[in-house]
Write a protein that binds this ligand. Structure first.
Ligand SMILES: NC(=O)c1ccc[n+]([C@@H]2O[C@H](COP(=O)([O-])OP(=O)(O)OC[C@H]3O[C@@H](n4cnc5c(N)ncnc54)[C@H](OP(=O)(O)O)[C@@H]3O)[C@@H](O)[C@H]2O)c1
Length: 198
């Protein structure tokens, strides 16, 4: 397959790219990547698809939003998170459907905070849950037998180590396997996590 990975330079994106590159043609995109795209800018997403052309799958491992308790999140924090992680990935689907071949795949990224919130995750929990709802409904309305699912990563060990948060979490290579698994029709509309994959 010809697969576009948005966020391919990140911790998860690199592992997904490694897991797929033996058997597939991989095109990598991000703000500073091979192909340039800023998910928070719909025009930039449109330009990316014009540059890349037709693909069999689009995987997003990008998207950010701020941690913090509700009374410390500003209007700008909400606007940034909504425009970046939530609408950025939704726009990837809205603007990318014409560029994905018949029977192709979209895989988005949410996160465990959707279902295991903490007091500082109110914005990320909202964004992640919104993405999972979007995918559940969009799967009923995809053209030309296209498929869509969302991976919900757990805390990644390499990220925890990088952030100095201890040695918990799941190895990123194992998380990457969830994205490999997403490229089948049986996951249509689903949130893919270790619980679902077990
Ligand atoms: N790591 C974890 O423990 C964990 C757990 C649960 C969920 N997640 C979710 O998984 C996703 C990836 O996490 P990660 O840890 O791999 O992140 P990361 O290491 O910070 O990488 C983020 C990637 O996205 C790209 N990116 C950031 N903003 C972008 C934008 N506006 N437009 C296009 N590309 C953009 C970055 O490249 P450029 O800087 O070149 O744009 C980079 O390739 C995020 O949505 C995160 O919330 C992560």
């Amino acid at each position: 397959m010809r697969i576009l990975i948005v966020g391919a330079t990140g911790t998860i994106g690199k592992a997904v790219s490694n897991a797929l590159s033996d058997q597939h043609e991989i095109i990598t995109a991000s703000r500073n990547g091979d192909v340039k795209v800023d998910l928070s800018d719909p025009q930039s997403i449109g330009r990316m698809f014009e540059t890349v052309g037709k693909v069999d799958a689009v995987i997003s491992t990008a998207g950010s939003g701020k941690f913090g308790p509700l009374d410390q999140l500003s209007d700008d924090d909400f606007a940034f998170g909504l425009g970046n992680k939530l609408m950025g990935q939704i726009n990837l689907v809205r603007l990318g459907r014409d560029y994905v071949n018949d029977g192709g795949f979209f895989t988005l990224t949410s996160g465990i905070l959707a279902v295991q919130p903490n007091p500082a995750s109110v914005l990320l929990t909202t964004l992640n849950a919104g993405l999972e709802g979007f995918v559940r409904a969009a799967a009923l309305d995809m053209p030309r037998d296209q498929h869509i699912s969302v991976v919900s990563p757990p805390a990644v060990r390499e990220t925890m180590e990088k952030m100095g948060w201890g040695r918990g979490g799941v190895l990123v290579a194992d998380v990457a396997q969830l994205y490999v698994d997403s490229l089948t029709a049986e996951h249509d509309g689903l949130t893919i996590d270790f619980h679902q994959a077990a």
